[in-house]
Write a protein that binds this ligand. Structure first.
Ligand code: GDP
Ligand code: FE
Ligand code: FE
Ligand code: FE
Length: 195
């Protein structure tokens, strides 16, 4: 897969090196798995394969940054101050997109939005958003009990995979008494419920 469209100013190999420098070994392996799944899902769903590769490779680029760095970026970039009430799970996508733009000079709005939406989804999701959201859930390194079902659905019906993943994640969060980010409920209402 050679990059030809200028979404990243460099080769795929050079982007891999930047990502590898930004995260630990285990997360890097996860990221490579997400890229493989995302490229496959992109081909199946007529999504730009180059955008899918880049978005997947950077989706967790900022995941290991400190809370202090995320808070600094929230202030510097004038992001919604409500973000300050949350934590790494939401910052690494929404605030991470700003860090990706700054450090990797990736400015394509579709790629950055796919990163922003990869953890809790959104009411409106592009095909690229869905590809990254679902690839993150079903990449070959994942091994939760229902992952085989999730994979079968993912490679057959992307929208149904968004629904399955959203419901599965919410069920897990509820069972574990975890706080639910409000946007996750909006995603649930749009993609899981009958209305
Ligand atoms: P990862 O970055 O590859 O681990 O995957 P994600 O970005 O999809 O999710 C990051 C973490 O956030 C996971 O542990 C999810 O279970 C968790 N998460 C997703 N939505 C919510 C939420 O609404 N509330 C909480 N507390 N955690 C969430
Ligand atoms: Fe993530
Ligand atoms: Fe995810
Ligand atoms: Fe991930």
């Amino acid at each position: 897969l050679e990059y030809q469209k200028g979404y990243f100013d460099g080769t795929r190999r050079e982007l891999l090196a930047k990502v590898q420098q930004s995260v630990g070994e285990k997360r890097y392996r996860h990221i490579l798995g997400v890229e493989s799944a995302a490229v496959e899902l992109a081909r199946l769903n007529d999504v730009d394969v180059e955008k899918a590769s880049i978005a997947a490779l950077v989706h967790d680029y900022a995941k290991e940054r400190s809370a202090e760095e995320f808070k600094k970026v929230i202030h510097q970039k004038n992001l919604d101050k409500d973000l300050l009430n949350w934590g790494n799970f939401i910052w690494h996508g929404v605030v991470g997109a700003e860090i990706i733009a700054n450090e990797l000079m990736i400015n394509d709005i579709e790629i950055l939005n796919a990163v922003r939406r990869h953890t809790v989804g959104a009411i409106t999701m592009t095909q690229l958003d869905k590809v990254v959201y679902v690839a993150d859930f079903v990449e070959k390194g994942r091994n939760f009990p229902d992952v085989d079902i999730a994979r079968t659905i993912a490679f057959n019906d992307l929208d149904q995979a968004v629904s399955f993943e959203t419901k599965h994640t919410l069920q897990y969060l509820l069972a574990a008494n975890k706080v639910i980010y409000p946007a996750a409920i909006k995603t649930y209402n749009r993609w899981v419920t009958a209305q």
